[in-house]
Design a protein around this ligand. Structure first.
Ligand code: APR
Length: 311
């Protein structure tokens, strides 16, 4: 059985373990700094396995030695947003946590593929890559599946069509300036703009951009975790099974879309190597300008990390 270690056994980390255990594709190690919590959640999940008839092994720990030999390391450790906070407000605190986690896990699993979730996501993915010194294809961030899934859910609510028929693509950094690509999105091959009037589509784009904040506002403490963790599980599955699944994810660009030295949300092909390929959509001028604006934002956050001596 493959081994997946999830660092940060909070809401997102433990729910990822849940989705993964249901898939029965890996043994799972949950690690957190809080004593007893990952052990308790792992035991609870272990006791659910007979009910759902799965033989996944789930183990909780405060010790990185237990992550040894992982095929995949998922990083969800860090603080979530509170109402009124942007993802950028978490930058310095979470950078220290993510850098520490990246170093400690790499010692145990030098061959692992890293999937990063902690916010601000694009910068934390860049940081993980820098700290681990891994080839770029072995580090990827989760945001695009989530942002696209939010858009798909909103389109399904508006049209009543099955979510399975709805294909949406969101590019760019995981922030309010992300770029929902309405021109490339479709319902069973029919472009979205043919299904929905302009004002409805514009409202969906806006709600997608602010989707994370909408949930933070409702929950009051903590941020979304069901959809983010479902996305993490889908990415881990695509990698472990070598599916070559095309999904939006935060990947390193070395000339694609005319950008260099940046991790940002783009369509990727996920397979056994990690990011097998970055796929380049043909963007029109307006889409490219929005993508570049989002990239500039990500780059300015990376520069802030350098200023604070964290890179
Ligand atoms: N090592 C291991 N675990 C840590 C560390 C660390 N150095 N620092 C914090 N943690 C743990 C916390 O103890 C907590 O259990 O990370 C966990 C985070 O879980 P939650 O607080 O429930 O947050 P969650 O909603 O899962 O979000 C985690 O994902 O979506 C992003 O913005 C969100 O950055 C945040 C991350």
């Amino acid at each position: 059985m493959a081994k997946v270690s999830i660092i940060g056994a909070g809401m997102t980390g433990s729910t990822t373990a849940h989705w993964l255990a249901e898939r029965e594709i890996a043994d799972i190690v949950l690690v957190d700094i809080i004593e007893g919590m990952p052990q308790g959640k792992a035991l609870d999940l272990t006791e659910a396995m007979p009910v759902i008839g799965k033989d996944a092994k789930i183990f909780g720990s405060n010790d990185y030695a237990d992550t040894k030999g992982s095929d995949i390391v998922i990083i969800t450790a860090g603080l979530p947003r509170k109402p009124g906070m942007s993802r950028d407000d978490l930058l310095v605190t979470n950078a220290k946590i993510v850098a520490d986690v990246a170093r400690k896990t790499l010692e145990q699993s030098p061959d692992a593929i890293y999937i990063v979730l902690t916010n601000p996501l694009d910068v934390m993915t860049y940081l993980t890559w820098k700290v681990t010194g891994l080839p770029t294809y072995r580090v990827v961030g989760q945001a695009g599946i989530l942002d696209s899934a939010r858009m798909r859910a909103f389109v399904a609510m508006e049209t009543g069509v099955s979510v399975e028929n709805i294909h949406c693509y969101v590019l760019g950094g995981h922030g309010d300036d992300m770029v929902p690509l309405t021109r490339h999105s479709n319902i069973a091959g029919v472009p979205l703009y043919k299904y929905l009037p302009e004002d409805k589509l514009a409202a969906i784009v806006e709600r997608t951009r602010k989707g994370g904040g909408e949930i933070v506002g409702l929950l009051k403490k903590g941020s979304a975790f069901y959809a983010p963790s479902a996305a993490l599980a889908q990415m881990a599955e695509a990698i472990l099974k070598g599916k070559n699944l095309i999904v939006p994810a935060t990947a390193y660009l070395d000339g694609e879309y005319g950008m260099h030295d940046i991790f940002i949300g783009v369509p990727t092909m996920l397979g056994r190597k990690g990011v097998e390929k970055v796929i380049e959509y043909e963007l029109n001028d307006e889409e490219m300008a929005a993508f570049q604006k989002s990239a500039a934002h990500v780059k300015s956050n990376v520069a802030k990390l350098s200023e604070f001596g964290l890179l």
